[in-house]
Write a new protein. Structure first.
Lengths: 113, 158
């Protein structure tokens, strides 16, 4: 997995995941978001438009990240899930836990203010 | 003291035709080191040898990939505790309209009945426990041996 993190003009921290989010690399994403939280970021989008696969460990990492962001009074949104990945979120009911948008732009626009 | 080198993948593929309407059979045996970095390569190998000629539609191929990856991750991480001196044995067989894959680790085993999936609203915040649920949801049949260190998954072609 590789990921790029950019701060949107509206102040939203957007992380784009490329490749796979799996047991072997989930910690990298958790660390990246955790460090951003430490630096004061509070609004996050994790974009999966270039992600082929997320395994159960990756899903667990997203749950863990979501908890940590909420504990810091922040907000996390997901975007860009393909049909297969969306089916995994629906199967595990995680589509009810996360705010999911079709694109990163729509996810960013979803933040109030 | 140096860490032991990871074992390499050991693959054995046998193709034979058996009498009767079930047609060609592929039997595959693969010994996998206890390294999560191997999972993607192992899944690719299994898919390449077991799902040739459009044997499965795209959706079922995805389901199979997920089930294989989850079973391997469970075996390597929870079963063998990522101990590089241990390996995971994968045995697959394609016969007629079904594919059966058995994944066996060298761990002490577990009781699958005690693993619950965090799908209730009050449990969604749990960050683990979804792997076995995904496997059970995506393949047609799942069985364990008595010791609980071997999972057998069957996927049937519609």
């Amino acid at each position: 997995m590789a990921f790029t993190a950019t701060k949107d003009a509206s102040g939203v921290y957007v992380v784009r995941v490329e490749g796979q989010l799996i047991v072997g690399n989930r910690q990298e994403l958790k660390t990246a978001v955790s460090e951003a939280l430490d630096h004061g970021e509070r609004r996050f989008v994790i974009d999966f438009s270039r992600t082929g696969y997320i395994d159960s460990s990756g899903l667990g990492a997203l749950v863990s990240i979501s908890k940590k962001v909420r504990e810091q009074d922040g907000e996390l949104r997901l975007s860009g899930l393909n049909e297969d990945l969306r089916s995994l979120f629906e199967l595990t009911k995680l589509d009810t836990l996360f705010a999911i948008s079709d694109t990163a732009e729509r996810a960013v626009a979803g933040f109030a203010g | 003291m140096t860490a032991p080198l990871p074992a390499s993948l050991q693959l054995c593929v046998r193709r034979r035709r058996i009498p009767g309407p079930s047609g060609a059979t592929v039997e595959l045996s693969l010994r996998v080191p206890s390294d999560v970095a191997c999972i993607e390569e192992v899944v690719d190998l299994l898919m390449r040898h077991c799902c040739t000629d459009g044997w499965l539609c795209r959706k079922l191929r995805f389901n199979l990939r997920v089930a294989l990856a989850e079973a391997l991750a469970n075996a390597i991480v929870a079963g063998n505790l990522e101990d590089r001196s241990k390996s995971v044995l994968v045995q697959a067989q394609v016969c007629g309209d079904h594919l059966r894959v058995e994944v066996t680790d060298e761990g002490t085993g577990f009781d699958p009945a005690r693993i619950s999936a965090p799908i209730l609203p009050e449990e969604l915040d749990r960050d683990c426990g979804r792997g076995l649920f995904l496997i059970r949801s995506l393949v047609d049949d799942v069985r364990f041996n008595d010791r609980g260190n071997s999972i057998c998954m069957t996927l049937r072609r519609p």
